[in-house]
Design a protein around this ligand. Sequence first.
Ligand code: 6PG
Length: 243
Amino acid sequence: MKQRERVTRAGPVIRCDPASLPDIAATWITGAIDVVTRLQGRCTIALAGGATPRPIYERMATAPLAGRVAWDRVAVYFGDERRVPPDHPDSNYRMAYESLLRHVAIPIASVHRIEGERADPDAAARDYERLLPASLDVLLLGMGADGHTASLFPHSPALAEGTRRVLPVDRPAPSPGRITISPRVIELAHTILVVVAGAEKAAAVARALEGPYAPDALPVQLALRGTWLIDEDAARDLRGIVP
Ligand code: 6PG
């Protein structure tokens, strides 16, 4: 079977000052959800974890943006989760619940968290895969300073997974293990937004957007076709060349 052509050129790259990033991202995301729900009646979205999304989700939960989304038509998923209980400080679900989900009228049955607390992460991953739609309407992703995205870390065996869509990932102690979407989920998502903030990400941003296509070393390059929203601190090493 012909290998699917991987898109290696970057999608639109939006640079903004750090203070504006949460508002711009929240406006972009709620706009994407609104368009999809108007066009197809429902919208599936996978949220990103980590620290960057919190102020974005907080803005999505407040007027005027919260009123722009028919939350009863939205189904929420997660791109990854730490292997901790949902009330743990490291839980991506807890962060999204506190900053967004508890504040909007989304039916609880429409929020699908990854059960990171389960003793068998592989079973939890397989169960989550059965919940995940064949392709997400909107996928939000962040990026670590090492170029990881979701919990797809550089040189991870998970990057070679061609069939499964959700996988357990081990992490060096004391970090908790993870459960993550696989490259296929990124490949099949309809709309992707990658949000990156902070000077510590600048080198990886420049490598991802202006360097050679090497997703095993820079997993975030799997999302190059998406829209990238980068604050000026994270954009400072960009030289303006498109590979
Ligand atoms: C996670 C995220 C991860 C995150 C990056 C950036 O579970 O941590 O899914 O991929 O997006 O590590 O994290 P920060 O936003 O905290 O810099």
